[in-house]
Design a protein around this ligand. Sequence first.
Ligand code: UD1
Length: 339
Amino acid sequence: MKVLVTGGLGFIGSHTVVELQKEGYQVVIIDNLSNSSLEVLQGIVSITGIMPVFEKLDLKDKAKVQEFFKQHQDIHGVIHFAASKAVGESVQNPLMYYENNINTLVYVLQELEKLPTANFIFSSSCTVYGQAKAMPITENAPIQFAESPYGNTKQIGEEIIQDTCKVNSNIQAISLRYFNPIGAHESTKIGELPIGVPQNLIPYIMQTGAGIREQLSVYGDDYPTTDGTCIRDYIHVVDVAKAHVIALKRLLENKNTSNNETFNLGTGTGSSVLEVIQAFEKVANNKLNYKIVNRRPGDVISAYADTSKANEVLGWKAQYSLEEAVLSAWKWQNSLNSL
Ligand code: UD1
């Protein structure tokens, strides 16, 4: 079975390609290399021994997207990761985010609309819930006004899929709402490659631990949480990747109960920023230099998943603990340092 993975050289995309290949799927990757590197292909090959088909293609180019689907009429499923994901950048450059994340989605769906059957997995985010009223967050929690253009692209993306599926019974879709994916493949051949100064907690901790950054700023310790720092649901990227393969299989085997389903992907456990720092210090046996600073605008206090729908319906459950995920990120960081 042939699966198209857009953004397949990115962080979550590359780990998903590995899991797909392990399950025997033939993978075709489209990536425009805007936030990824060709070396990731080598990383994939060194884990699985299989070189995926790769096309450098920008999905914003509608004619090229049409051409691609004309040439690949035997695609059984599409996993659509290709998108920009930096919250701050999206505030600075909203139109770039709407073009990158919305136009590309529309162009891909327009091609799927033409096929007799199409299976589609969409990368969504827990950001659609904003600050949810109740924890853990179920899929039925209300969608809240988006805090950033990036978050808005995920909400609009889900709405576009919903509207499209209503009138196209040939398209079967699943949106996966990720909480905070972290970590790296145990082989240390692929992992997260932030460009410039990392904006997210785990890469910043790793680079501080490695001496690349001097000090981590912890954004606020006066939140109404147990230790005053924000709570998130950090999930190992390999667990997230495996969920994609399971979701795709559900569609391929016609086990879905509607043609537009949504699942949370998290561990179900919330961890504070200070708990993540403690986990790092334990697995790295290394004191982390950090200081408490002001809150970061736009941060929600707490977000962790109710995973029962994914557990029961998909038969998927996160396997890795926070410490295991943080250790894998640390090993990855060390492998980068030794290059
Ligand atoms: C954000 C987005 C999420 C997106 C993810 C990856 C929102 C609400 N969330 O997640 O949709 O998928 O980025 O791009 O838009 N922190 C520090 N110091 C740092 C960095 C982070 O203390 O240097 C804290 C933050 O305040 C937060 C936690 O660490 O409490 C996690 O932050 P981060 O890794 O940036 O992820 P989110 O903001 O949860």
